[in-house]
Design a protein around this ligand. Structure first.
Ligand code: GLN
Length: 506
């Protein structure tokens, strides 16, 4: 029998439809794989009973020739999505034991279309981070092994706080690790400044952050509301397209959610890219840039040219200001959004003599160091004396960044090609402990896309000299995810399907 966890989502779907395999079989195979992969720490809560129930119900529908586009397919859900009656903690102590009485729209859409829920996935606390190290459940290990790795070294690393292993990126580290390690066919993720795209690049899988407003934010734990977007992580471009079609769509419960109907994204996969014009922004060529990343970027442009697209240089002059502006806007919105965690309505409550002490004690204990840092920055930049100097200026920069992209698209560029990350995955404990800015610099190629509200897709584009995955990013016009799927598949095909890591974690 073929290994059911090695199928792509599309292959699994087709086998379920032809009834060559049952959802119960596929779902059980994944539950067992998760059990064997405990040391990756990708899942923070399992919903095995629910999965089996959902799989059985799917099998009944499939037997009748019914069922939705995701019928019977087991997936994982980032701990950021409210799932009714099920662990939802955004991997923060402040949401200890919280079980929402309602379901997020994105997950409700997935269940409506027949998907099976395996469990909740690890993430950086409140999605703040680039390595999954800020989670209250501890770091996630990437299924990709560090260079000169051996099984014994990996085991030793695991028994000593995972030092020596690689991060899967963040904040959607659990989702990326689980998808790359074949613990689920695909997963939900979220992206405020790169949290779908950077983990996709680090683990050799596909991720898309759709246009702001393409997916409903209802029931997603809020980080920075004007930047947050839902999106999928999957092993192929086709699988990501299938997932996004189900996740996206209008929602009266989110006023920023687009009423536009969702196109059949899968139909865009395999579409010719002949005649398309691809922009390569010169400002993304950073001084002292990693030469492997630069070479990969050039190779990516050559692949698209070989497929019939033309490649032109474009200028996005305000790019250098994007990262500092993001690290003002995102903490500002976070400080406002996270004000609701007061010890009264949700999760953790520390005993105290009066209400002020209750707030102070609960918030001091419930939030981790990175979240506290962001709340301090956010409160500071929004405070009366500094509002104009920081927040208002950051908003102005945001407008200029958006205009840069608008100009490039107005000049006839169909999509923009950039690196996804400044390097391949780094090690757990390697970055940011002395200076948090070291970690923030990881987002240099991704935050511009959130600031401008555009769609961005990362596809695996090859391996580094050390054998680690590298990704390329494609940025599109608002609501033109289809072009990204067509171009993404071209890169995926040209790069050749990246081999998946050997299961040393079992
Ligand atoms: N790494 C970025 C941050 O820490 C982005 C996180 C995200 O996209 N959720 O803010």
């Amino acid at each position: 029998m073929t290994d059911l966890t090695s199928l792509t989502l599309a292959e699994a779907r087709d086998r379920l439809k032809s009834r060559a395999v049952s959802s119960l079989e596929i779902s059980k195979a994944h539950l067992e794989a998760i059990e064997r992969a405990k040391m990756l720490n990708a899942f923070v809560a399992m919903t095995a009973d629910k999965a089996l129930e959902m799989a059985e119900a799917s099998d009944v529908r499939l037997a009748r020739g019914e069922g939705g586009p995701l019928e019977g397919l087991p997936i994982g859900v980032k701990d950021l999505y409210a799932t009714r009656g099920v662990h939802t903690q955004a991997c923060s102590h402040i949401l200890n034991d919280f079980k929402p009485p309602y379901e997020s729209t994105v997950t409700a859409n997935l269940w409506r279309d027949g998907a099976v829920m395996l469990g909740k996935l690890n993430m950086d606390e409140f999605a703040m981070g680039s390595s999954n190290e800020t989670s209250c459940y501890g770091p996630v290990a990437s299924p990709w092994a560090p260079p000169n790795w051996s099984r014994d070294r990996a085991r030793a690393a695991l028994s000593s706080g995972k030092r020596g292993l690689l991060t899967p990126g963040g904040s959607s580290g659990g989702s990326a690790s689980a998808v790359a390690a074949r613990l689920c066919l695909a997963a939900t993720a979220s992206d405020t400044g790169g949290s779908i795209r950077q983990p996709a690049a680090f683990t050799g899988i596909v991720g898309i952050k759709p246009t702001y407003g393409r997916c409903s934010r209802y029931g997603m734990v809020a980080f920075a509301s004007s930047l947050d977007q839902a999106g999928p992580l999957a092993r192929t471009v086709r699988d990501a397209a299938i997932m996004l079609r189900s996740m996206a769509g209008p929602d009266a419960r989110d006023s920023t959610c687009s009423p536009a109907p969702v196109p059949d994204y899968e139909a865009a996969v395999g579409r010719s890219v002949k005649g398309m014009k691809i922009g390569v922004p010169k400002e993304y060529r950073l001084e002292g840039m990693n030469s492997e990343i630069e070479a990969l970027w050039t190779r990516g442009a050559e692949w698209l040219r070989a497929a019939g697209a033309s490649v032109v240089e474009v200028s996005l002059p305000h790019t250098p200001y994007a990262l500092p502006a993001y690290y003002i806007v995102a903490p500002a919105e976070a400080s406002s959004n996270l004000a609701r965690y007061d010890g009264v309505r949700y999760g953790l409550r520390e005993p105290a003599a009066d209400i002020v002490e209750l707030y102070e004690k609960t918030r001091a204990k419930g939030f981790g160091a990175e979240v506290r840092r962001r709340l301090m920055i956010g409160t500071y930049v929004l405070s009366a004396g500094y509002y104009d100097a920081y927040y208002v200026r950051a908003q102005k920069i945001r407008t200029l960044i958006k205009r840069d992209f608008e100009r490039a698209f107005a000049d006839g560029v169909d999509a923009i090609l950039t690196p996804a990350t400044p390097s391949a995955a780094f090690g757990i404990g390697e970055k940011g402990s002395e200076n948090p800015v070291e970690m923030y610099l990881n987002d240099v190629f991704t935050v511009t896309v959130n600031m401008a509200g555009l769609p961005g897709l990362v596809a695996p584009a090859g391996l580094s000299s050390e054998g680690l995955p590298l990704g390329l990013q494609l940025i599109g016009r608002p609501f033109d995810e289809e072009t990204l799927f067509a171009l993404g598949e071209t890169i995926e095909q040209a790069a050749g399907r990246t081999t998946l890591p050997e299961p040393w974690w079992e």
